[in-house]
Write a new protein. Structure first.
Length: 84
């Protein structure tokens, strides 16, 4: 199964760039029919993870994917599952 990966460590303090990268990776997954996207916001304070989850909860974004999974073994990782 193909998978895309987005590590947000380098841009954690650039809000507009984070949204742009999240948009890009979701669109790429849809266009290429990739079933799994791994997003790594890192552990830290949890603020970046919350920002990612808020982004994914937007109605127009939520319509594009099947479900979001928070990794229970690694707090700093989120999976987006697509169904095509």
């Amino acid at each position: 199964m193909a998978k895309l990966k987005l590590d947000l460590h380098d841009i954690y303090n650039k809000g507009d760039k984070i949204d742009a990268e999240l948009n890009r990776i979701v669109q790429e997954a849809v266009e290429k029919k990739i079933e799994l996207v791994e997003i790594i916001p890192g552990k830290g304070s949890g603020a970046l993870k919350k920002k990612v989850l808020r982004f994914l909860d937007q109605k127009h974004i939520r319509a594009l994917y099947h479900r979001v999974e928070k990794d229970d073994k690694n707090f700093g990782r989120i999976f987006i599952h697509f169904r095509f």
